[in-house]
Write a protein that binds this ligand. Structure first.
Ligand code: XMP
Length: 585
């Protein structure tokens, strides 16, 4: 009952490969992602191949490539960004190494209005992100268009059904993007509409029944979208009395979270859903712990212990049980960068009993072929509340990674235009992790890239924040030893709840991807902590843009936040990812 994809996206390590597949699916055409080097013989049967963009240069040794035999398949091929350069390089064109590149908005002038560009106006906004460029098209190809900085922004050899663009048709900033993908899918590849996630519900339910084969299903649920939708599908497919779930209350959750989860599962008709109160154990495991990695380690270890205890005491490892999980499509695919890293993390986090079930195939993952948006669509069809379906992502270790700790006492120090805050946070530069202080500015700087420029100029920092309001001058702020305690968590829960309420009431939460609220141990006596607001926009969390909220909303938020006990100042994180991460840890 597995579906054959009409379109296969060949992943060259770009952050956008899943976005391409999602966009194709939005046209009702089933697409899957495969590693770029998949042999052509395994791709035969697809109507079209799309080679994704990626961060490499075709000249770097070991950079991703494709099996050249794909160009002789019956499938049409579209290269995007690095995909265009790779096609040019492999088929005898000329690719120029770039130093500076072209990033952001550009205007495409169509020179040859060929099928791929049918219906595209002659001068259109597109989005570019590349260093190298194609200087000469390969034999048989024609250039189709140019931008100011890129003479060959699109090219084609229609006789071999080979097409390529330097810009990104899959992003919204490329105005003719949908038209170009539509042309490729339907006119060039001859795809037919065969994909409708909510229409798949009966098929998924049948898959669940087959996999369960009369056994009972046990889930660890997080209260997030994926595990809730997966659980609900099992409730519908099987006798609800056969589907059990446990939610571990770690004490690191947001205000009213446990009540919210409990109410939701009861509404969904869950009969055997238990909340396991492990708050004391988690707090004890975190006592005196300050470093980000140590905190993660303590929480991870505690999770394993609690999960193991639940599995053992409920006899869920016995032969009449299988395990349900809310794994979604991007989690199943090894691709470049973070996906691989995440996988390594989950591997380490696997409790032995769960790993045994997985190895024995005693596992059901009903959502493993769906993207998040598709999971939401299914959830909607199942009647799950919109409030749950539209929740922002929330990290497993919870508020513990948003409650910063430290052993030292130090003062904020003025450097140039700002103050170096005496607190370290995690960042990411190149492929490596950084752990550095943040620079605080006394007010909002102008320009979207001010933070990046400052970080490039001032060595030793990885974030820039603006002080939105403070009970004390920035120069008088100090750090003090701080740990994860019930009291600090209560303050964090309070400020987080204020931010959530106001951003929901104003509709701001709909315009962003996630809104971490962080507490840092920087302040003055009597008010030892400050709040950092971190609203970001992102596609998948791998990169992110800091979003500036409306001034009136920020003012209202800071006024309320400064009234919370123990809070000294409110900062606004202006840093994109990279060089910062989304979370502070
Ligand atoms: P960073 O901070 O690495 O975060 O830029 C990227 C995204 O991942 C989320 N995150 C996690 N999610 N377990 C999770 O389920 C984790 O341990 C974890 N750590 C970070 C983070 O909230 C952001 O959306």
């Amino acid at each position: 009952m597995t579906k054959s994809p009409q379109i296969i996206v060949l992943d060259t390590g770009g952050q956008y490969c899943h976005l391409i597949a999602r966009k194709v699916r939005e046209f009702g055409v089933y697409a899957e992602v495969r590693p770029s080097e998949t042999p052509a013989s395994q791709l035969a049967g697809a109507r079209g191949l799309i080679i994704s963009g990626g961060p490499s240069s075709v000249y770097e040794p070991g950079s991703p490539t494709v099996d050249p035999a794909i160009f002789d398949l019956n499938a049409a091929t579209l290269g995007i960004c690095y995909g265009q350069q790779l096609m040019a390089y492999l088929l005898g064109g000329n690719v120029k190494r770039g130093d500076k590149g072209e990033y952001g908005l550009a205007f495409l002038d169509v020179t040859t209005p060929q099928t791929l560009l049918d219906g595209v106006n002659s001068h259109q906004q597109v989005w570019m992100s590349h260093r190298d460029t194609v200087l000469a098209v390969p034999p048989g190809f024609t250039a189709l268009g140019a931008t100011g900085a890129c003479a060959i922004a699109a090219m084609a050899d229609p006789s071999r059904k080979l097409y390529a663009v330097q810009f990104h048709p899959e992003v919204a900033h490329t105005h003719p993007g949908r038209q170009i993908l539509h042309n490729f899918l339907f006119t060039i590849c001859g795809c037919v509409q065969d994909w409708d996630p909510s229409g798949r519900i009966p098929v998924v339910e049948e898959q669940i029944r087959q996999a369960a084969a009369g056994r009972k299903v046990f889930f660890f649920v997080s209260g997030g979208v994926d595990s809730t939708v997966a659980y609900t599908l099992c409730l519908r497919a099987l006798d609800p009395g056969q589907v059990h779930g446990a939610y571990v209350d770690t004490g690191m959750m947001r205000e009213n979270e446990t009540e919210f989860v409990r109410a939701n599962f009861s509404k969904l008709g869950a009969r055997h859903f238990t909340v396991v109160d492990a708050r004391r154990e988690f707090l004890a495991a975190l006592e005196g712990v300050t470093g980000p990695e140590e905190k993660r380690h303590a929480i991870g270890g505690q999770f394993l212990a609690v999960q193991d205890r639940i599995l053992q005491s409920g006899h869920y490892l016995d032969a009449d049980w299988i395990l349900g999980q809310g794994t979604i499509y991007p989690d199943t695919i090894e691709s470049g960068g973070a996906a691989k890293a995440d996988k390594i993390k989950t591997h380490h986090n696997r409790v032995e009993g769960i790993q045994r079930l997985i190895d024995a195939g005693r596992i059901i993952e009903p959502l493993s072929s769906f993207y998040k948006d598709e999971v939401r669509e299914i959830g909607r069809e199942l009647g799950i509340d919109e409030e749950l379906l539209e929740r922002h992502p929330f990290p497993g270790p919870g508020l513990a990674i948003r409650c910063l700790c430290g052993n030292d006492s130090a003062a904020a120090r003025q450097i140039g235009e700002g103050y170096l805050l005496p607190v370290h946070s995690v960042g990411v530069q190149g492929d490596s992790r950084t752990y550095r202080p943040a620079l605080a500015l006394d007010g909002m700087p102008s320009g979207e890239h001010a933070a990046t420029e400052l970080i490039n100029r001032i060595s030793g920092i990885n974030r820039v924040v603006a002080a939105a309001a403070s009970h004390a001058p920035l120069g008088s702020l100090r750090s003090a030893p701080a740990y994860i305690t019930e009291e600090r968590l209560a303050h964090l829960r309070r400020v987080d709840a204020i931010v959530r309420r106001l951003s929901h009431q104003s509709g701001f939460d709909k315009t962003i991807w996630q809104f971490p609220v962080v507490v840092i141990p920087v302040g003055v006596e009597g008010r030892p902590d400050s709040v950092v607001l971190r609203p970001v926009d992102s596609v998948d969390g791998m990169t992110a843009r800091a979003v500036i909220m409306p001034a009136a909303l920020l003012k209202q938020m800071t006024e309320e936040l400064l009234q919370v006990e123990g809070i000294c100042a409110v900062f606004y994180d202006l840093t994109h990812k990279p060089p910062a991460t989304i979370e502070w840890e």
